[in-house]
Design a protein around this ligand. Structure first.
Ligand SMILES: [Zn+2]
Length: 193
């Protein structure tokens, strides 16, 4: 083999190791998203932050319906359980949603910063939400596999180090993402290295 072929082989091998494979993601068109409303704030991803929906896992509802419902709630002004009123948001507050069956859907387009009802600035954060209320429920095996694949892919794509992969409650006064999900964070950081 010539030196050039050896060089080329090394480039290909290194390239494949650096780029993690993109998991199967249902696009916004795939769940028939409405358009975003108003102006989004553009940002650059530096962090990956994990959330739970804080709602009960539903195995009998398709992910497309869950996303449409979440978008409808997100884009209108509404009263929260806390008594606070949330404003109408640009779009779904999170960038990726992982349903109880492990299916992944695109939320807000990742080039736009997310939204929150809590006191932190989500600019620069890639926001992943898992369906469930993880102080009482458990993430399913399928959800955990999808979460690992997503974190691995996003971390490599945006060069996010393990120390910047955290849960919502590392930034704000909240129970999110629930203790049963939070305890998986060290393992997620290890995948990234
Ligand atoms: Zn959260």
């Amino acid at each position: 083999m010539s030196k050039w072929l050896v060089f080329l082989a090394i480039v290909v091998v290194v390239g494949t190791c650096v780029e993690a494979q993109e998991p199967a993601i249902i696009s916004r068109a795939g769940w028939k998203a409405n358009r975003s409303v108003g102006d989004g704030k553009r940002h650059k991803i530096e962090f990956i932050t994990i959330h739970h929906t804080a709602t009960k896992q539903r195995t009998n509802r398709p992910i497309e319906t869950k996303l449409r419902n979440l978008q409808a709630f997100s884009q209108r002004e509404d009263k929260l359980a806390s008594g606070k009123t949330k404003p109408a948001w640009f779009d779904v507050p999170y960038h990726y949603y992982i349903a109880v069956d492990g299916k992944i859907a695109e939320g807000r387009e990742i080039e736009y910063a997310g939204d929150t009802n809590t006191d932190y600035d989500p600019t620069g954060h890639a926001l992943i939400v898992l369906e469930g209320s993880f102080d009482t429920e458990q993430p399913t095996v399928a959800q955990i596999e999808s979460l690992k694949a997503m974190v691995n892919w996003l971390a490599k794509k945006y060069k996010v180090g393990g120390e910047k992969i955290k849960g919502h409650r590392d930034y704000a006064e909240t129970g999110c993402p629930g203790s049963n999900l939070e305890k998986l964070l060290p393992e997620l950081r290890k995948i990234v290295g």
